[in-house]
Design a protein around this ligand. Sequence first.
Ligand code: F6P
Length: 363
Amino acid sequence: MKLGILTSGGDCAGLNAVIRAIGLYALDNIKNAELIGIPGGYGGLIAGESFELKRADFEGILDRGGTILGTTRQPFKTITVSVNGNSKLRLMCENYRKMGLDCLFVLGGAGTHRTAALLSSEGCNVIGLPKTIDNDIFGTDVTFGFQTAVEVVTESIDRYRTTAAGHGRTMIVEVMGNKAGWLALHSGIAAGANMILIPEIPFSVDAVCAFIEKSKARAESSGGWERPYNLIVAAEGAILKEESGYKRRERSFVRTERGETTVSAHLAEVITERTGMETRVAVPGYLQRGGTPCAYDRLLSSRLGGYAARLAQEGKFGVTVAVSGSRITFNALAEIAGRYKLVNPRGELVSFAERIGISFGDK
Ligand code: F6P
């Protein structure tokens, strides 16, 4: 059985651990298994590039960050566009056949899964694996890479706290997450932030400033010597209430018109101006995606990879593996493609956070 593997979209911790688990399961359990690496994500498949993966390639990569296969972004909207009579989709299907693959494992996020569903509908045997620090893939409780990012961000916020406290400042920590606020929500709660701003709950500048004034007054009236400070964790996709009607492109146009770079930079200026409290923005950036996976992600990635290889052995294609409670399971690609798992603004996690004093900047 000839098994292709590719990693696509933004990288995250755990990709190599998944590749290793697929490889080890296949070599030890599938008769005549041949493993083929496709470099650079869908880009490699479009170009028809591949190389053989040997047992030695899986050694020492369980804890390695990044991806030994390399990755690129191939936006979904470009996949079916015809250029000189050829689309990326067509080239990928042709190369899948030319390579003689019996199955293609695709490790990627929501966009990658949309393309995977298309490939599957064109007759390629595809199995998806849910990768992303955004944790926003529909149908799975958790994606690999997410927990490592939560750990990294939580540790960063702990460090931002000490400097914010020392200076009596408001610190806005801007974390990744364009559509979904899972990373901001989990790390914000874990690090004891007093405000979390996420795309699913549009915020108002008035509510944010009122909250800061209140926390300032409370700290001052407590009579202690410590100066009040605030920790705001904002997802990069956080939006103002007045922007919530806009599509993403319109929103960024309006923001550019107003001369704003990011929502955090704008908010920092407004907070300083209205409350008189010094405010700084800190962006952990790509640290959130890099480095070694935490133990939880190593275990999860190994389980997901092994399970995916077993699905291939059983001839179960057109699916993506998923986590449901403590079980590993799968969903049809056609069911989950184009859908996102977002934070429920009225869900248990948000209401619990509110009950322990965390504001979402909406009231
Ligand atoms: O999709 C994962 C993600 O990390 C998002 O949270 C973030 O907005 C985006 O990738 C950044 O992508 P790029 O690597 O293209 O800058």
